[in-house]
Structures are given as structure tokens and as C-alpha cells.
Design a protein around this ligand. Structure first.
Ligand code: PLP
Length: 381
């Protein structure tokens, strides 16, 4: 089945009791058994829920995996993956990791003896040298946030596997429509379904997708033993959002390309970070491992000052000033004061995260309106 059909049909079957074409929200905590053990595979709703099951099967199909495991948020999904590790193990991760993932590795799992090593992964050959005997997991994010660097998933996976480490890819920024890490050699894919998968900024949910039964069994165990599960209503919302994933992401990519080109020509704009530019250092890899270049664009100003950026941030109207990404509506954010505020200035300047850097999550509105909104905001500074 092609991707565009899978989003609509995979894991979804007409409701057996009514024929309802949409998977019902099974809002129940338990299931009646005829006699002890005589049930239809559902005993208690932390362990199993039909709405969640449909979503898990759908997500597995989209990521060309066998097993999907859903959690109450992207971070809960990541926590379950980190629980595959033991005290003393080392994890090697992308250095410009999503802030919450960095916090989870260092401040939560760090307390239980996990060692985090954060490195620049833009050159795959350099990654191999940083993987040691104690490295049990390699954690990739690509494109990265907010600099939109690209990591070569196939090359890093090969290097990690030669040392026996498990490869995890946080595929939130690309979405399964643009990139399928399992097919490129990764072992585990993680999503914050809060973003492109849900797509309508109305739900928080996370997912893990794997191919190996051994990994799936451990993740299902954690899902049930720890209990950080999503509710059936949230599963329904993501399942519903996914039905238009390909259409939304395709439009977001088209709009982002035009917005990036517009910004590149603007005299008040400094650097524009967008992997679809031929001058972007990750362009060739992005072209190889992604279907398109995504809906995210970052840029800074020639007059690189926070107060100038602040004017842009409060002057845009269609681009709403908010954290998050991947929804139908366009958002603008300021990493230095919002998502990356905890990183020391010297550190963030090293990777290009300047005082005026702004990150756009380009939505699916008409691109002329989006460009007019930026034009007005930039004129007023
Ligand atoms: C938002 C996000 C997360 C965290 O997901 P939540 O659903 O907010 O818990 C993890 N990784 C990336 C890349 C994200 O953008």
C-alpha cells in the first residue's frame, strides 16, 4: 500500500458492532470477561485499548515498522526508550538536541547513572570515533532544532551498529511522510505526535516504532508497567489528524520553500537556514534521505539584536508567537529566549543560534498571506 493510502487505512477497520467507519473512542477502563481469561484480547485499559491499538498499527505502517507503541507525550515515549538502558551505559546524541530530550537524558536519567555525550553529527565519519565500548545507544535528531542541520541516518546507523549500539531517530521534524529511519538502518523511531502527526495543535501524544520483536516486547512492558499511556480521545485525534498528513506536509514544504526564498532576498535578513537550499551543507544528504525538505525555516537579522527580533515576533499576525510546530497554522518562535533559553550565550553562538534567530513552522495557509505577514513585520523594524 502506498503512503497516501496507509495514512487513511492502515490499522483501521470498520467497528465490528456497528460498522462505524471511524474508529470509535473506546472510553472505558475495563472489559467484561465471560469467564476468567475468556476475553477478546482486552482486559484493562492501561494495557490495551482498541482506539490506541488502531493508532499504534497505523503508525507502525507509516514508518515501515512492525510495532507501534504510544505514550502520553513525546517525552514519555523517549523515557520508555531510555529505560532500555542500564546504569553506567552511555548514550551519544546530537548536540543540538530538542531541549526536553537533553533535559530528560541529563537531569532525569543522569540521576540513575546514564551518561550523555552530545556531539556534532553533521559529519558521519566523526561520529564513529566518538562511539566507545560503553556506548549502548546513538540518538539522532534530523533535521535539528532550530539550526536545521542534517544527519546522515544511514551512515551513522552503520557506524553505530559496527560497535553494537542501538540507533534511535527522533523523526518529529520530518514526519514519516518525508523520512523513514527504520528503512535507513535505524532500530527505533520516536515521534512527538503532538507536532505533524496530530497536525492541528489540539493534542499531546508520543510514539515509538520498531521492527524487532525483542525491542517491542520491552517497550510494551514499560508502557504497561510504568503506565504513561495516552487516553483514547487523544489517540482518536491523532488517528484523525494522520489521515491528511501527506497533504498537509506537502503543502507545508511548498510554502516553506517559498518563504525561505523570500527571506533569503530580504535586505534586513541575515542568515536563512533551510535544508532545501543547495548551499546548505546537508542539502545532498537531505535530498537522499528525505522526500522533501520540510516545513521549518530559521533565520536571523542583519541587525542581530534581541530587541529587533522582538519587534518582528510581536508584529507578525498570521505567524503566531508560540512554542511547538507542525500544525496547520504557522508559528514563529525565538529559540534564544524560549526553547533554548537555558543554553549559555557563548555555547549557542558557537552553533549559530544568535540573539535574533527566529524559527518558523510554516503552516498550510496561502503562502502570499504568509509572505505579506513577514514583509509587514520586517518593514516595521
Ligand atoms: C516537541 C518535541 C518533543 C517532545 O514531545 P512532547 O510531545 O512535547 O512531549 C521531542 N522531540 C522533538 C523534536 C520535538 O519537537
Amino acid at each position: 500500500m502506498k503512503f497516501e493510502s496507509k495514512v487513511i487505512h492502515a490499522g483501521v477497520h470498520p467497528d465490528p458492532s456497528t460498522g462505524a467507519i471511524m474508529t470509535p473512542i473506546y472510553q472505558t477502563s475495563t472489559y467484561v470477561q465471560k469467564s476468567p481469561g475468556d476475553h477478546q484480547g482486552f482486559e484493562y485499559a492501561r494495557t490495551q485499548n482498541p482506539t490506541r491499538k488502531a493508532l499504534q498499527e497505523n503508525l507502525a505502517a507509516l514508518e515501515v515498522g512492525k510495532y507501534g507503541v504510544c505514550f502520553g507525550s513525546g517525552l514519555a515515549a523517549m523515557d520508555a526508550v531510555l529505560q532500555l538502558l542500564d546504569p553506567g551505559d552511555e548514550i551519544v546524541a546530537t548536540n543540538d538536541l530538542y531541549g526536553g530530550s537533553h533535559r530528560l537524558i541529563t537531569k532525569v536519567h543522569g540521576r540513575y547513572g546514564l551518561k550523555g555525550k552530545f556531539i556534532d553529527m553533521s559529519k558521519a565519519s566523526a561520529v564513529a570515533k566518538r562511539i566507545g565500548k560503553k556506548t549502548k545507544m546513538v540518538w539522532i535528531e534530523t533535521p535539528t532544532n532550530p539550526m536545521l542541520n542534517i544527519v546522515d541516518i544511514a551512515a551513522v546507523s552503520k557506524a553505530a551498529k559496527s560497535k553494537g549500539a542501538i540507533v534511535v531517530v527522533d523523526n518529529t521534524f520530518a514526519s514519516p511522510y518525508l523520512q523513514n529511519p527504520l528503512a535507513l538502518g535505524a532500530d527505533i523511531v520516536i515521534h512527538s505526535a503532538t507536532k505533524y502527526l496530530g497536525g492541528h495543535s489540539d493534542v499531546v501524544l508520543g510514539a515509538v516504532i520498531v521492527n524487532k520483536k525483542g525491542l517491542a516486547d520491552k517497550l510494551y512492558f514499560t508502557q504497561n508497567a510504568v503506565g504513561a499511556i495516552p487516553g483514547p480521545q487523544d489517540c482518536f485525534l491523532v488517528l484523525r489528524g494522520i489521515k491528511t498528513l501527506h497533504v498537509r506536509v506537502e503543502r507545508a514544504c511548498k510554502n516553506a520553500k517559498k518563504v525561505a526564498k523570500y527571506l533569503e532576498r530580504h535586505p534586513k535578513v541575515g542568515n536563512v537556514y533551510y535544508p532545501g537550499f543547495k548551499t546548505h551543507p546537508g542539502y545532498e544528504i537531505a535530498k537522499k534521505q528525505m522526500r522533501d525538505f520540510g516545513g521549518m525555516v530559521s533565520f536571523d537579522l542583519v541587525e542581530d539584536k534581541f530587541i529587533v527580533a522582538q519587534k518582528v515576533l510581536s508584529n507578525t499576525q498570521m505567524f503566531a508567537l508560540a512554542e511547538s510546530l507542525g500544525g496547520v497554522e504557522s508559528l514563529i518562535g525565538h529559540p534564544a529566549s524560549m526553547t533554548h533559553a537555558s543554553i549559555p550565550k557563548k555555547e549557542r553562538l558557537k552553533v549559530g543560534l544568535t540573539d535574533s534567530l527566529m524559527r518558523l513552522s510554516v503552516g498550510i495557509e496561502h503562502v502570499d498571506d504568509l509572505i505579506a505577514d513577514l514583509e509587514k513585520a520586517l518593514t516595521e523594524i
